[in-house]
Design a protein around this ligand. Structure first.
Ligand code: ADP
Ligand code: MG
Length: 140
Protein backbone atom coordinates (compact mmCIF):
# COMPACT_ATOMS: atom_id res chain seq x y z
CA UNK A 1 0.00 0.00 0.00
CA UNK A 2 1.39 3.38 -0.97
CA UNK A 3 1.72 6.52 1.14
CA UNK A 4 -0.97 8.89 -0.08
CA UNK A 5 -2.15 12.42 0.64
CA UNK A 6 -5.78 13.40 0.96
CA UNK A 7 -7.68 16.59 1.62
CA UNK A 8 -9.84 17.05 4.73
CA UNK A 9 -12.04 19.84 6.09
CA UNK A 10 -13.48 20.32 9.55
CA UNK A 11 -16.76 22.02 8.70
CA UNK A 12 -18.38 25.08 10.37
CA UNK A 13 -20.79 23.03 12.53
CA UNK A 14 -17.75 21.40 14.16
CA UNK A 15 -15.50 24.46 14.55
CA UNK A 16 -18.48 26.25 16.15
CA UNK A 17 -18.75 23.47 18.78
CA UNK A 18 -14.99 23.59 19.46
CA UNK A 19 -14.41 20.10 18.01
CA UNK A 20 -11.26 20.83 15.96
CA UNK A 21 -9.01 19.01 18.43
CA UNK A 22 -11.37 16.07 19.02
CA UNK A 23 -11.76 15.47 15.28
CA UNK A 24 -8.05 15.86 14.55
CA UNK A 25 -7.31 13.33 17.31
CA UNK A 26 -9.57 10.78 15.62
CA UNK A 27 -7.72 11.33 12.34
CA UNK A 28 -4.32 10.98 14.03
CA UNK A 29 -5.44 7.91 16.01
CA UNK A 30 -6.34 6.31 12.66
CA UNK A 31 -2.71 6.71 11.56
CA UNK A 32 -3.15 9.85 9.48
CA UNK A 33 -0.60 12.65 9.82
CA UNK A 34 -1.59 16.33 9.47
CA UNK A 35 0.99 17.73 7.01
CA UNK A 36 -0.85 21.03 6.36
CA UNK A 37 -3.55 22.85 8.30
CA UNK A 38 -5.15 26.29 8.35
CA UNK A 39 -8.36 27.89 9.52
CA UNK A 40 -10.29 29.70 6.79
CA UNK A 41 -13.66 31.43 6.60
CA UNK A 42 -14.42 30.70 2.97
CA UNK A 43 -16.46 33.04 0.81
CA UNK A 44 -19.64 31.91 -0.87
CA UNK A 45 -17.73 31.99 -4.17
CA UNK A 46 -14.92 29.79 -2.80
CA UNK A 47 -17.53 27.30 -1.55
CA UNK A 48 -19.24 27.24 -4.96
CA UNK A 49 -15.90 26.65 -6.68
CA UNK A 50 -14.88 23.90 -4.29
CA UNK A 51 -18.21 22.06 -4.61
CA UNK A 52 -18.72 22.76 -8.35
CA UNK A 53 -19.12 19.01 -8.98
CA UNK A 54 -22.40 19.19 -7.01
CA UNK A 55 -23.82 22.30 -8.70
CA UNK A 56 -26.81 20.46 -10.21
CA UNK A 57 -27.74 18.79 -6.92
CA UNK A 58 -30.80 20.08 -5.01
CA UNK A 59 -28.71 20.70 -1.88
CA UNK A 60 -26.03 22.83 -3.63
CA UNK A 61 -27.29 26.22 -2.37
CA UNK A 62 -27.78 24.98 1.18
CA UNK A 63 -24.31 23.39 1.12
CA UNK A 64 -22.54 26.55 -0.10
CA UNK A 65 -24.48 28.70 2.38
CA UNK A 66 -23.48 26.40 5.25
CA UNK A 67 -19.83 26.08 4.22
CA UNK A 68 -19.45 29.88 4.11
CA UNK A 69 -21.37 30.42 7.38
CA UNK A 70 -18.35 30.16 9.69
CA UNK A 71 -14.74 29.04 9.99
CA UNK A 72 -13.49 25.77 8.52
CA UNK A 73 -10.18 24.00 9.12
CA UNK A 74 -8.65 22.78 5.85
CA UNK A 75 -6.01 20.05 6.16
CA UNK A 76 -3.80 17.74 4.15
CA UNK A 77 -3.53 14.26 5.67
CA UNK A 78 -0.78 11.80 4.82
CA UNK A 79 -0.46 8.09 5.46
CA UNK A 80 -0.82 4.54 4.15
CA UNK A 81 -3.93 4.39 1.98
CA UNK A 82 -4.88 7.83 3.33
CA UNK A 83 -7.82 8.51 0.99
CA UNK A 84 -9.77 5.39 1.95
CA UNK A 85 -8.64 5.48 5.57
CA UNK A 86 -9.95 9.04 5.96
CA UNK A 87 -13.29 8.08 4.39
CA UNK A 88 -13.53 5.18 6.85
CA UNK A 89 -12.84 7.28 9.93
CA UNK A 90 -15.27 9.97 8.66
CA UNK A 91 -18.21 7.56 8.32
CA UNK A 92 -21.22 7.71 5.99
CA UNK A 93 -22.44 11.09 4.66
CA UNK A 94 -25.66 10.80 6.69
CA UNK A 95 -24.75 10.42 10.38
CA UNK A 96 -27.83 8.21 10.81
CA UNK A 97 -26.04 5.64 8.61
CA UNK A 98 -22.53 6.14 10.02
CA UNK A 99 -20.78 3.28 11.81
CA UNK A 100 -19.97 3.37 15.53
CA UNK A 101 -16.73 5.14 16.33
CA UNK A 102 -16.68 7.27 13.19
CA UNK A 103 -16.42 11.07 13.29
CA UNK A 104 -19.84 11.59 11.73
CA UNK A 105 -21.52 9.09 14.07
CA UNK A 106 -20.03 10.84 17.07
CA UNK A 107 -20.23 14.49 16.06
CA UNK A 108 -22.38 15.20 12.97
CA UNK A 109 -25.80 16.75 13.49
CA UNK A 110 -27.41 16.11 10.06
CA UNK A 111 -26.68 14.97 6.50
CA UNK A 112 -25.81 18.57 5.59
CA UNK A 113 -23.99 19.63 8.75
CA UNK A 114 -21.86 16.53 8.94
CA UNK A 115 -18.67 17.92 10.51
CA UNK A 116 -16.06 16.75 7.97
CA UNK A 117 -15.17 16.53 4.30
CA UNK A 118 -12.74 14.05 2.75
CA UNK A 119 -11.58 13.51 -0.82
CA UNK A 120 -13.03 10.43 -2.53
CA UNK A 121 -10.27 9.52 -5.05
CA UNK A 122 -6.63 10.30 -5.93
CA UNK A 123 -7.61 12.81 -8.65
CA UNK A 124 -10.02 14.74 -6.42
CA UNK A 125 -7.50 14.66 -3.55
CA UNK A 126 -4.82 16.30 -5.72
CA UNK A 127 -7.30 18.86 -7.07
CA UNK A 128 -8.72 19.73 -3.64
CA UNK A 129 -5.26 20.06 -2.04
CA UNK A 130 -4.29 22.44 -4.87
CA UNK A 131 -7.49 24.45 -4.36
CA UNK A 132 -6.52 25.38 -0.78
CA UNK A 133 -2.74 25.00 -0.44
CA UNK A 134 0.43 26.02 -2.24
CA UNK A 135 3.27 23.46 -2.39
CA UNK A 136 5.29 25.25 0.29
CA UNK A 137 2.40 25.03 2.79
CA UNK A 138 2.42 21.23 2.75
CA UNK A 139 5.22 20.00 4.96
CA UNK A 140 5.53 16.25 5.38
P1 ADP B 1 -19.44 13.22 1.22
O1 ADP B 1 -19.12 14.50 1.97
O2 ADP B 1 -19.70 12.07 2.16
O3 ADP B 1 -18.41 12.88 0.17
P2 ADP B 1 -21.19 14.07 -0.96
O4 ADP B 1 -19.94 14.32 -1.74
O5 ADP B 1 -22.25 13.23 -1.57
O6 ADP B 1 -20.85 13.45 0.49
O7 ADP B 1 -21.87 15.47 -0.60
C1 ADP B 1 -21.09 16.58 -0.26
C2 ADP B 1 -21.71 17.27 0.94
O8 ADP B 1 -22.98 17.80 0.58
C3 ADP B 1 -22.03 16.35 2.14
O9 ADP B 1 -20.91 16.09 2.96
C4 ADP B 1 -23.08 17.16 2.86
O10 ADP B 1 -22.52 18.23 3.62
C5 ADP B 1 -23.86 17.76 1.70
N1 ADP B 1 -25.02 16.90 1.34
C6 ADP B 1 -25.01 15.71 0.70
N2 ADP B 1 -26.25 15.20 0.55
C7 ADP B 1 -27.09 16.12 1.12
C8 ADP B 1 -28.51 16.19 1.30
N3 ADP B 1 -29.31 15.22 0.86
N4 ADP B 1 -29.01 17.30 1.93
C9 ADP B 1 -28.21 18.29 2.37
N5 ADP B 1 -26.87 18.28 2.23
C10 ADP B 1 -26.30 17.21 1.62
MG1 MG C 1 -17.90 13.93 -1.57
Amino acid sequence: MAIERTFSMIKPDATKRNLTGAITKKLEDAGLRVVASKRVWMSRRQAEGFYAVHKERPFFDELCEFMSSGPTVVQVLEGENAILKNREVMGATNPADAAEGTIRKEFATSIGENSVHGSDAPETAAEEIRYWFSDTEVVG
